[in-house]
Design a protein around this ligand. Sequence first.
Ligand code: DLL
Length: 445
Amino acid sequence: MTTCSVPNPYKPTKSADPSQPDPEETMSRDQIEALQTERLNWTLHYAYENVPAYKELFDEHGVHPDEFKELEDLAKFPYTDKEFLRKSYPFKSFATPMSEIRRIHASSGTTGQPTVVAYTEDDLETWGTLVARCFRMSGVKPGDKVHNVYGYGLFTGGLGAHYGAERLGCAVIPMSGGQTDKQVQLIQDFQPEIILSTPTYLLTIADGFRKHGIDPRETSLKHAVLGAEPWTEEMRHEIERTFDITACDIYGLSEVMGPGVAGESVETKDGSHIWEDHFRPEIIDPFDDRVLDTGEPGELIFTSLTKQALPIIRYRTHDLTRLLPGSVRPGHRRMGRITGRSDDMIILRGVNLFPSQIEELALQVPTLSPHFTLEITRPKRMDQMTIHIERREEATLEEAQEGGKKLVHEIKTKIGSSASINVVEPGSLERSSGKLRRIYDHRDK
Ligand code: DLL
């Protein structure tokens, strides 16, 4: 293993009884902060001494890991982003020799070079443990059958969720995304209690059930653990009603680990607890980079505390949310729902808006479905947004068009943007088997 002048204060331990919380899960806030201080001290030295790109970045910024004495000192260190990792493509950001690496994943993003991430054996152990924590909090029990729809492959969703569920003691059905008819058949035949999916693809699976004349409320499913894309409270209600299940959030990103950075409790459904024994979150103002207080909305930043293969320092996620005090796990703070990504923000004639705001309003109109896309154009140098939205099966086209007018009115009064609406037939918009693309911005073309 790579050396570091500061001894690593962490060695993963397998919890004896996976149905019970890990000891770190129930630590007090003071205990967590003491752990974070110790682990940050190690991480900063470890990254500096083992990844040339970090040494270069810290030196350029005029800061040395020895200057870290207490949590507030983290603010002295520079931010990193996807570009920082891309410059080290493919393996130069790894802090360990390849002989220590056991897994490599990559996130493609929408454009350009993929970002490569890696895990040592200990990192994989930690990942499984944290995903298992999330699932347990979301109502999954050892012995449950888990239908895993997250994509297997380079995407961290499939394998990340898979090993977490195995760790918890579940029987995993590694279905992956797509093949909706087969999803329906296997859920019918194998009778899983749990489904893991992106929220939008779960709606497509619901349509698949209906197509086969099956009411989605009649399946064996009891709990869904959903993530990998932004979703709203309205979407939670829609999914819970559609399947007669509970739906909890799971959050994560490849660069920080993958799914399982934060997870939600089925009892409180009040946002995801970030596992702060492994990650130190911060919220910053995305425009002037100032660190904001707990409760203030801004961009989420993460520093890893225990990662070996790919330590990550003050990584800018571009995810917009806020930190809240812990509830069922008081030592760990929660994150509010992600309202959007700073790079997904649409600026329409000077007004900022996110697809999640449209989702929230659209789901309040009973004749409109949650399936929509946003098309942005600029005819005659004026921004124009068209919402293409499917009517609900049970509504006529006329009723849905009436609903569309109501939606346009709500968008105007609540968000301040003008939009036109195009109500289309059920099933006519493109579906995704993973993360859904909502925005089609043609303004630059
Ligand atoms: O999407 C990891 C993951 C897989 C999380 C399965 C949850 C479930 P990436 O492909 O690197 O990793 O994408 C990370 O997806 O920065 C967010 O913008 C978005 N995202 C992930 N989870 C949520 C969530 C995985 N629960 C990016 N709510 C992140 C909102 C989410 N956005």
